[in-house]
Design a protein around this ligand. Structure first.
Ligand SMILES: [Zn+2]
Ligand SMILES: [Zn+2]
Length: 201
């Protein structure tokens, strides 16, 4: 699935609305893959580190990155640092190489001054912004050359070490639901899940 239009279509379906941040993330992911010469991750061979935080503008970026790279929150090969930035580091675990891609500030700034962002800021959901306002932004990001949108680092060495995935689970003695063993707690001699334990975590 390397065709840009196919990916954009998948991105739109997955993300749910049309906005400029999703294709920006998608293109950032593709640019990083091109720099490392890697294919979309079927399993966990790639790792993405995003610098986004929660509850700020343009977090939609993360969905585009997942669609392009195949690094997903479900597979667990993507994480966020919470810096409140749009930098993306893509790591190829096998070759131990990485690259950091970041949208140019002037591109992000220009985007902020658009009618789309003004409407979003005033509380209008992205899906309710008229198509004639959002489509040109979506198209601009989708068709612009990588070099126009992003700064890219040199490829550098990154020896990522995966944490082992546990397959150990137990059934909570109280609610009868399955829980990963290391997340279980002991309450009055009974092995229970966190929700039943009364502990915060
Ligand atoms: Zn969005
Ligand atoms: Zn329970």
């Amino acid at each position: 699935m390397s065709n840009l239009n196919e990916l954009l279509e998948l991105g739109l379906k997955f993300h749910g609305h049309k906005c400029p941040a999703m294709p920006m993330g998608l293109k950032a992911g593709l640019y990083a893959m091109e720099k490392l010469g890697v294919e979309r991750a079927k399993d966990g061979q790639l790792q993405v580190i995003l610098e986004l935080d929660e509850n700020h503008c343009a977090t939609c970026f993360a969905d585009g990155v997942q669609v392009a790279t195949g690094c997903t929150f479900g597979k667990g090969n993507i994480s966020k640092t919470g810096y409140g930035k749009w930098g993306l580091t893509l790591i190829d675990k096998k070759s131990k190489r990485a690259v950091r891609i970041v949208p140019k500030a002037e591109v992000m700034q220009k985007n902020k001054e658009t009618e789309f962002m003004k409407m979003r800021k005033s509380g209008i959901p992205a899906s309710q912004v008229p198509n004639e306002i959002v489509q040109p932004l979506f198209d601009m990001v989708s068709s612009a050359p990588f070099e126009m949108l992003f700064n890219a680092s040199e490829v550098f060495v990154y020896d990522w070490v995966d944490k082992p995935h546990t397959f150990d689970t137990i059934v909570c003695n109280e609610c009868g639901e399955m829980v990963v063993e290391r997340n279980a707690r002991v309450k009055q001699g009974k092995t229970v899940c966190i929700s039943c334990s009364g502990y915060e975590k």
